[in-house]
Design a protein around this ligand. Structure first.
Ligand code: TRP
Length: 455
């Protein structure tokens, strides 16, 4: 076991907030949130999403952070420290496996962003494209197995180069550069989008609350699943990041700040995408292709569209990188703390293992026919459902049950209060973690298992 003294630590509160916000803000915000909101009709879905973030996301986030900081351990070690000799550490083990699974398919999509950033740099998106031409660019890329495997590997390599250097010299130093760049570029793109003629239609799409759109229970499941995924909760990523947080810091304050950041960025991503899509006559309900098929047609019609396209895909790549870093860190922290491996060894061996698991996802869009026939669009789609929805939800249920019933609400609240920032509505939080959160997540899981509709 790595001794506590040699474990990493965030050097400041800002370092933690940027790293945790970097983990939370990712493809989930800029790719998945806009297209899901677009598919479920905009405003009403967004309202529901906000309710889930507040009522379920934030309580679970605080539960994870408290476990991490209290034990100063990784996802498995935290359960071991609080309940030695029990089966609970397996919940942490499930989290490590989930991290592996998410990292594998996430790196594939992250690799697409590198390709698109590159292609926009060499001028591919600076002119008018129709939807068919834009679709062909995506399918040409995804059906080229060599390119896909290369891009996935490249993204994993970038991730490993940061994680191998450790918590403050690697992760914190990187996010302190990347996150400000991210915010600046995002701001420029939003201003560009909302000042396009015709942008107001996009705004009213985002902010019109037509509650009848929520009659489909799948919308409810998607909003909840999205809240877990976007906040990086349900697999111990926030246990791990919380374990590097100093005792003197205000934990509830920092946790809520991260959640607000993440949610604000999802909304701002909507502000960046929908006004532009409507202004240029695209469809908001394009699904997963929204960012990779619809947006290039939008850029093609804008002045300086090539440059804007580059900024947009670079933004996505940055957001993805600060998220893959946190996914890899969960795995690496486990092997360093529990197995006594050096950080270097854990980083490279686990990156290689994850790359192996990512290859079928990288090839799942046409290059290997049998993989495309699986539900949800190939092996990548399957991994998204299994790891990104099911395992994450199961993990969230167990984390709530553990903190609410085993470790105890009182102890968790005491941990939160330790840095001087007592949670103002501690008893409400306790009720949420013990009853409301696990019941809600379980209900969605059961619905999805019975109906065969994915979260
Ligand atoms: N939250 C990230 C996003 O929105 C993805 C992510 C990073 C994640 N780390 C995680 C999701 C841990 C679940 C658990 O893109």
């Amino acid at each position: 076991m790595a001794s506590l003294a040699t474990r990493g630590k965030w050097s400041s509160r800002l370092g933690f907030i940027l790293a945790a916000a970097g983990s939370a803000i990712g493809l989930g915000n800029i790719w998945r949130f806009p297209y899901t909101a677009g598919q479920y009709g905009g405003g009403a879905f967004i309202l529901l999403y906000l309710v889930f973030v507040a009522a379920i996301g934030i309580p679970v986030l605080l539960a994870e952070l408290s476990m991490g900081r209290n034990t100063e351990r990784n996802a498995v070690g935290a359960f071991k420290a609080l309940m030695p000799g029990s089966w609970w550490p397996w919940v942490g083990g499930l989290g490590v496996v989930t991290g592996f699974g998410i990292l594998s398919f996430y790196s594939v999509i992250a690799g697409w962003t590198l390709y698109y950033a590159w292609e926009s740099m060499i001028g591919k998106f600076g002119h008018r494209l129709d939807a068919a031409e834009s679709g062909a660019i995506l399918s040409d890329m995804t059906s080229d197995g060599g390119v896909m495997v290369f891009l996935t590997g490249l993204f994993l390599l970038l991730t490993a180069l940061v994680v191998r250097r450790g918590v403050s010299a690697g992760i914190e130093r990187t996010v302190k550069v990347l996150m400000p760049v991210f915010f600046a570029v995002l701001l420029i793109l939003v201003v560009r989008s909302v000042t396009l003629p015709g942008a107001s239609e996009g705004l009213s799409f985002l902010f019109s609350f037509d509650l009848s759109k929520l009659a489909d229970p799948a919308a409810i499941g998607s909003a909840l699943g999205q809240a877990l995924f976007s906040l990086s909760i349900g697999m111990g990523a926030m246990i791990t990041y919380g374990s590097y947080l100093s005792r003197d810091e205000n934990l509830p304050g920092a946790g809520v700040t991260v959640a607000i950041f993440d949610t604000a960025i999802a909304l701002v991503a909507g502000l960046m995408i929908f006004p532009a899509v409507f202004a240029m006559g695209g469809s908001p309900a394009a699904g997963p292709g929204l960012v990779f098929v619809t947006m290039p047609t939008v850029f093609g019609q804008m002045p300086a569209g090539g440059l804007i396209a580059f900024a947009f895909y670079a933004l996505l790549a940055i957001a993805a990188l600060t998220s893959t870093i946190s996914l890899l860190e969960v795995i690496v922290a486990y092997f360093v703390d529990e197995k006594g491996w050096s950080r270097e060894r854990a980083t490279w061996s686990m990156t290689a293992a994850c790359f192996a698991l990512a290859i079928p996802s990288a090839l799942s869009n046409g290059a290997v026919p049998f993989l495309t026939e699986m539900p949800g669009g190939g092996f990548l789609g399957l991994c998204n459902i299994v790891f990104g929805n099911w395992f994450l939800s199961i993990g969230a249920v167990f984390i709530c049950l553990f903190v609410g019933w085993k470790w105890g609400v009182g102890k968790a609240l005491a941990e939160m209060a330790r840095g001087g920032g007592e949670l103002p509505i501690g008893q409400v939080w306790g009720v949420m973690v013990r009853y409301v959160c696990p019941a809600a997540v379980l209900a969605v899981l059961i619905y999805s298992a019975i109906t065969g509709r994915y979260l």
